[in-house]
Design a protein around this ligand. Sequence first.
Ligand code: EPU
Length: 292
Amino acid sequence: MSSLADFSEITLRDEALAPYCWMKLGGPAQYLIQPRTLDELIRVVQTCREVDIPIRLLGGGSNLLVRDEGVSGVVLRVCHDSFSQITIEGTRAKAGAGALLSNLMSQTVKAGLAGMETLVGIPGTVGGALIGNAGGRGGDIGQFVESVTALTQNGDLVTRAEDELSFAYRSSNLDDLILIDASFELQKDDPEEITRRMRKLWITKKATQPYSFQSAGCIFKNPRGMSAGLLVDQAGLKGTRIGNAEISDRHANFIVAHPGATSQDVLRLIDLARSKVSEQFGVDLELEIKIW
Ligand code: EPU
């Protein structure tokens, strides 16, 4: 029977996760495993299944808050070069799950393919973006996906396409899979036109969101037809600080971690925002970020 010890070359024990996350907060992972090949990835997943160790997937760490105590079990990071390739043929782009979304976007824009420019400014990996159907007011990644290759929790290789794929606001039916790559169908357009649209969106985002700070993007999903940021703002919470974490005074759906902040500070701010918004507006805010 195989064991995790077979993967010592690609395993970091008790590895601090804070450096892998945009918030730069949180405790260690019992095992952080970074496979180098598909074969290695399959064997890791099969072994975890055999020895009954839970797997968590770490992408770019931009939509994640790790608790101060860290996590037990395996954190899998599928980010090796072999999982980060981007190729473009005609109007189709193919990207590894570990590729940065920003790379996929800039390469498609350069190739004169329209669509991805609406995702400007969104951090993280292609895999993470797919699972959470990352996007903004201009559209989301799911609308361009043609097919996805992935592993099941048993380590079986599967392809999902067309009606097997479903994307909704900040969610997909891919969250029980370990993504390997995806193909996207885009539309030909003038690269200068696409770049112009992308710049316009980027300027708006930079003006309204606290990009230069340690944050995890929007904390809450927007309730149907409403803006979570607007609600937290109207609850009077902009600039509220607990410990060294602060509800951004630029956009109230962002929490900024100042030096010395802990995950507990952020969690307490999240609870505060939820309870004030619920009390004042009768709306229960749902988390967009993942909390481990
Ligand atoms: N607003 C305020 N105060 C605030 C924040 C917003 O009054 O503190 C108002 C704005 O003035 C605007 C409205 O609320 O009238 C909506 O704000 P915004 O245009 O910033 O959009 P949002 O709904 O807050 C969504 C996404 C963002 C995405 C932007 C732009 C969610 C939860 N948020 O924000 O996504 O970047 O649209 O496309 O869906 C993310 O998911 O991490 C994220 C940042």
